[in-house]
Design a protein. Structure first.
Length: 239
């Protein structure tokens, strides 16, 4: 049977799972820390998608504020290719407008250029009511000035304390740590997955990390090569 690559998670996370997953990738929400620190670490881009749905579609501004702060601090280690593919699959204009606006905030990172272009249309008010009054009173949030969403300046707080620092998250989340070392791509996630379960086949590895079979095959080969070399005793060259 031919390998079929998937991009979307098999099912949407319920809110109680989402809270734990957000905590596991460094968003400081109250959650089951036993789950958040468990070996089954959530995929970063899956969690970002579900958090944005909770924030934009379900109007949870606290989640949205922490998500925006998280992205400011950790965007360099986001798999931009996977995130863009995920957002392109979303039909919600509000969701696409949000990610287009957030990509515009990070316009210096050219990996997100395609994400910024995913929405074209009228601006969306982040709050359902009162935006005109709040903007007149407090002005717009400068982060989203002239973006696809209109946000009053006092609506989304931005505090570093709401998220873990990169060094702290790297200690907690193995795939994130591998992304720092290897770059924010599928290879890093695959290597982390093999470190947790060395029995994964190339096909299973690709499906687990949303990558291609070709990449998974190469990572499986390289991982086995490193493991074989590490297991081989080092012979002294001294006579």
């Amino acid at each position: 049977m031919a390998f079929s690559r998937r991009m979307m998670p098999t099912e949407s996370d319920p809110i109680e799972t989402l809270t734990s997953d957000m905590a596991a990738i460094g968003m400081n929400f109250t959650a089951d820390q036993g789950r958040a620190l468990s070996p089954s670490e959530p995929n970063i881009e899956d969690t970002l998608l579900f958090a944005s749905i909770e924030g934009m579609e379900n109007r949870d501004l606290r989640v949205l504020a922490v998500l925006v702060t998280w992205f400011r601090i950790h965007a360099a280690w986001v798999n931009a290719d996977r995130l863009i593919r995920l957002i392109k699959m979303q039909k919600s204009p509000r969701l696409r407008a949000f990610w287009s606006a957030l990509a515009g905030v990070h316009e210096k990172d050219r990996r997100f250029a395609r994400l910024a272009k995913l929405y074209s249309g009228p601006r969306h008010d982040l709050a359902d009511t009162g935006t005109d009054f709040q903007v007149k009173r407090n002005g717009e949030d400068q982060r989203f000035q002239d973006s696809p969403i209109r946000v009053a300046s006092n609506l989304l707080r931005d505090r570093d304390a709401d998220v873990l620092a990169p060094a702290d998250l790297a200690r907690r989340h193995l795939a994130y740590r591998r992304r720092i070392i290897m770059g924010p791509g599928y290879r890093a996630d695959m290597w982390a997955a093999l470190e947790k379960d060395g029995s994964l086949s190339a096909a299973a590895l690709a499906k687990k990390t949303y990558g291609s079979f070709a990449t998974a095959w190469r990572v499986r080969r390289d991982f086995d090569l490193v493991a074989m070399n590490e297991a081989r005793p080092v012979r002294s060259t001294r006579k």
